[in-house]
Design a protein around this ligand. Structure first.
Ligand code: MGD
Ligand code: MGD
Ligand code: MO
Length: 761
């Protein structure tokens, strides 16, 4: 099952390696930002665009979901936000001439980096595979009418609506997401997989069960007021750079920070704030205690901390436990079993390190735990996050200012999309409200998540994939299995801004529907429109693009859904799709009647800065769980066991990428430049395995099905990661992640625990 790396572009190899950095941001970041922005957009457009990022009258940064806060700097963006904007606002164009010059077979050999660098897509394109003689298939320009006809033809030919899959990536606005799920349900399916299934689904599962709502319970203010912030399994210096300002502010006010990570990430070590003169040069040391944990050891760590808290006189918040929680006795019984020896093995930490962490926990009245993919993408991810919640509950740290859970979301509107009903397992109350408002009967059965969608395509149970953004083929696990599954589809449709792997690996017919991005001006019949988004902390606000669209042929995402709905559902649908396209306020009006917390939506979102959604645990210590209380949980402790001669590989992001969008070939803070096929290995492990720094190796993943999954040609980099662990970039390593290797309960691919062996090239 060997895969050949794509060829024909400069992405391949010869990476250069220097020692990792110990601080993030500062002057080099600004220089780097402006260089990338000007290459893509030119000087004038760079100035016009970057000044509007995250301003109250501007657009929401398409980078991450970190909130904006009340006082905005003139340049309220970060290096990586600016790169995301430059990538979208680029002046480069992918025209029909481009597709005439690059047949499908050619596109399929290109790397994601090369595809993305070609620019914005300008016209709808249709591909009929096998239509051209000699396998010379190419995308041809197509009218929007014809494109919707093709979709209607394929969707109505299905034996059941459940043979269709409607995927969403997390940049989609609230308005477009609401229409998209409404369309899917009118069509008759809950098959609404989304990027969240691969991302924070484990957080949603764990939090819904324990506190009754799958969202974080803190605001920016809370972070500024915390005594202790634990950052576990997250690399904010690269992925949420604006979070560093919040950590800096907390530090200045006296907070302490513990970082839990197998890698020493530059951003959490020291932050040089580019918005203050002093920060630029000296910077603020952020981390007080670095726990260099083994991959997958977090549940064991938190369980032992919980045992020690329980055993310390007066350390638990007895009144809170009595009044607001359920299951305390079970946790006490399970925690008794926690054992130092086993915890030290699972975590790779020392006893003094854990004792120091305990002392910091006990000294803090207000503790916040932040986390991201380092906790969510493991087999025992949900159990791990439940254990984090246990710690906070023991100390009464939910629903108290300056304390709480903070799952840091990825895509800029991934949380909003879920709020709008993009979910394969919708709550009955949501469907009841939707049905009442639109006079429809939504299906009640659960739909497919991402992994189940791939399995359904593979097994012939699904035949059409419609993707609202994202890169389904590139972002999902088990690349070879997934690509084979996709090629079996009758039709694949991608609503996209830029080219990616999903346009090169297609169903028998394929459509590319080019759309407006966040930065583009959106004018409909009723005039200039804005859309809304929800950030990681439940703040909803407006986003207005200000650039002339990349081409006159682009349609907005709401317009695409509305026109598709009319073509597919026809007169069977009483929903006013035309009105929705004409004026997005009419969509918000409906949202305000269907989704709790959005009452009076149009008026409230008109206020600068927007409004905050209700959150019962945070606002009133009310826990809408099955028991009506916050639930302690007591799952058995698990951690990955790795056979001798193997390492546990995590697949992660470099500094120059946004998921599958590759901005460049450097990972500046980790000292890696000019290439992405690298594997970071602890020097002591490398010595045992005979992996010289600078040598090349294939990565071979080992899974229970015995299938060989191989990623060839990775340069070995000796790197200070935890013993027994390795790290390499996604999506190049997705080929190694078995489709069936997923988290219990959430079914999220276990992209951070892949057992690999090394076969020197
Ligand atoms: N510039 C930029 N910004 C982004 C993105 C991007 O690609 N580029 N992606 C966006 C998206 S969708 C998301 S979800 C977020 C992702 O944000 P992150 O979760 O920060 O992204 P990853 O690169 O996957 O980093 C995972 C971190 O967890 C650590 N880790 C891995 N395994 C473990 C473990 O078992 N235990 C612990 N304690 N730590 C572990 C890794 O060393 C790494 O520091 O960022 C969002 N923002
Ligand atoms: N091995 C491994 N796999 C992973 C992860 C990992 O850590 N390791 N992380 C997972 C995570 S956290 C996530 S969130 C997923 C990400 O999965 P996706 O969200 O599917 O992937 P992206 O790379 O973010 O999608 C990029 C594409 O979105 C399109 N796009 C950009 N902006 C817009 C827009 O405004 N509208 C529309 N319609 N399209 C737009 C562009 O065409 C671009 O090529 O990947 C997951 N996969
Ligand atoms: Mo994500």
């Amino acid at each position: 099952m060997a895969t050949k790396p794509p060829t024909g572009d400069p992405i391949q190899d010869a990476p250069q390696v220097t020692p990792p950095k110990h601080a993030a941001a500062g002057l080099p970041a600004i220089g780097h930002t402006l260089r990338i922005a000007q290459q893509q957009m030119g000087v004038a457009r760079t100035a016009r665009t970057l000044l509007k990022v995250n301003q109250k009258d501007g657009f929401d940064c398409p980078g991450c979901a970190w909130p904006e806060g009340d006082k905005r700097h003139t340049a309220e963006f970060c290096e990586n936000g600016a790169k995301a904007v430059a990538e979208e606002a680029t002046l480069r164009r992918v025209t029909p001439e481009f597709f005439a010059a690059h047949p499908l077979a050619d596109l399929a050999t290109r790397s994601g980096y090369w595809l993305g660098q070609q620019g914005r897509i300008t016209e709808p394109m249709l591909l009929e595979r096998g239509a051209a003689p000699g396998g010379d298939d190419r995308y041809e320009p197509v009218s929007w009418e014809k494109a919707f006809e093709v979709i209607a033809e394929e969707l109505t030919a299905l034996d059941s609506p459940d043979e269709a899959l409607f995927y969403t990536s997390g940049r989609t606005s609230n308005e477009a997401a609401f229409l998209f799920q409404l369309f899917a349900r009118e069509f008759g399916t809950n098959n609404l997989p989304d990027c969240s299934n691969m991302c924070h689904e484990s957080s949603g599962s764990a939090l819904t069960e324990t506190i009754g709502i799958g969202k974080g319970s803190v605001s920016l203010e809370d972070l500024h007021r915390a005594d202790l912030i634990i950052v576990a399994g997250q690399n904010p210096g690269t992925n949420h750079p604006r979070m560093l300002s919040a950590l800096e502010k907390a530090k200045t006010a006296g907070a302490r920070i513990i970082s839990v990570n197998p890698l020493p990430e530059a951003g959490t070590e020291r932050f040089k704030n580019p918005q203050t003169p002093i920060g630029m040069f000296r910077g603020t040391a952020l981390t007080d205690l670095f726990l260099q944990i083994r991959i997958g050891g977090d549940q064991a760590l938190f369980r032992l901390l919980n045992k020690l808290v329980i055993e310390t006189d007066g350390a638990t918040d007895e009144a809170f436990i009595r009044e607001h929680t359920h299951g305390y006795e079970d946790l006490v019984a399970a925690a008794k079993e926690a054992d130092w020896e086993e915890t030290l093995t699972a975590t790779g930490l020392t006893r003094p390190e854990i004792e120091q962490a305990l002392a910091m926990v006990l000294a803090s009245e207000r503790t916040i735990v932040c986390w991201a993919m380092g906790l969510t993408q493991h087999k025992h991810a949900v159990a791990t996050i439940r254990e984090v919640v246990n710690l906070l509950l023991l100390r009464g740290n939910i629903g108290r200012p300056g304390a709480g859970v903070c799952p840091v979301r990825g895509h800029s509107n991934v949380q909003g999309d879920r709020t709008m009903g993009i979910f394969e397992r919708p709550a009955p109350a949501f469907l009841d409200a939707l049905d009442r408002e639109f006079g429809i009967t939504s299906p009640r059965g659960h739909g497919y998540d991402v992994v189940r969608s791939i399995q359904a395509l593979r097994d012939g149970r699904a035949k059409v994939l419609f993707a609202m953004g994202g890169n389904f083929v590139g972002a999902t696990p088990d690349t070879e299995v997934t690509e084979a599954a996709i090629r079996k589809a009758a039709l694949t449709v991608h609503v996209s801004t830029k080219l990616n792997r999903s346009h090169a690996v297609t169903g028998r017919r394929a459509l590319i529907l080019p759309t407006l991005g966040r930065t583009d001006k959106d004018v409909q019949q009723s005039g200039k429109q804005f859309v809304t988004v929800e950030d990681s902390m439940g703040m909803v606000h407006a986003s207005r693009g200000n650039l002339a669209p990349a081409s006159p042929h682009l349609l907005s995402e709401p317009a695409i859904v509305a026109r598709m709905a009319r073509a597919v559902l026809g007169t069977a649908s009483a929903t006013p799709w035309e009105e929705f396209e004409r004026d997005y306020a009419s969509i918000r009006e409906r949202i305000s009647r269907v989704i709790p917390g959005f009452e009076d939506f149009n008026a409230r979102v008109a206020r600068p800065g927007g409004f905050q959604l209700p959150h019962a645990p945070r606002d009133e210590r009310r826990f809408p769980t099955k028991t009506g209380k916050a639930n302690f949980t007591a799952a058995p402790v698990e951690y990955p066991r790795v056979p001798a001669g193997r390492l546990l590989l995590q697949t992660l992001r470099s500094h120059d990428q946004y998921n599958t969008t590759i901005y460049g070939l450097d990972d500046r803070y980790r000292g890696i430049t000019g290439g992405r096929r690298v594997v970071m290995v602890n020097p002591a492990d490398a010595a045992e395995l005979g992996l010289a720094d600078g040598s090349y190796t294939d990565l071979v993943s080992e899974w229970t099905d015995g299938v060989e999954r191989r990623a060839p040609g990775f340069r070995v980099v000796h790197y200070p990661t935890a013993r027994g662990c390795a790290a390499a970039y996604y999506p190049e390593t997705n080929v190694l992640v078995p489709l069936d290797s997923t988290a219990d309960v959430s079914n999220t691919p276990a992209s951070k625990s892949v057992v690999v062996r090394f076969e020197p090239a």
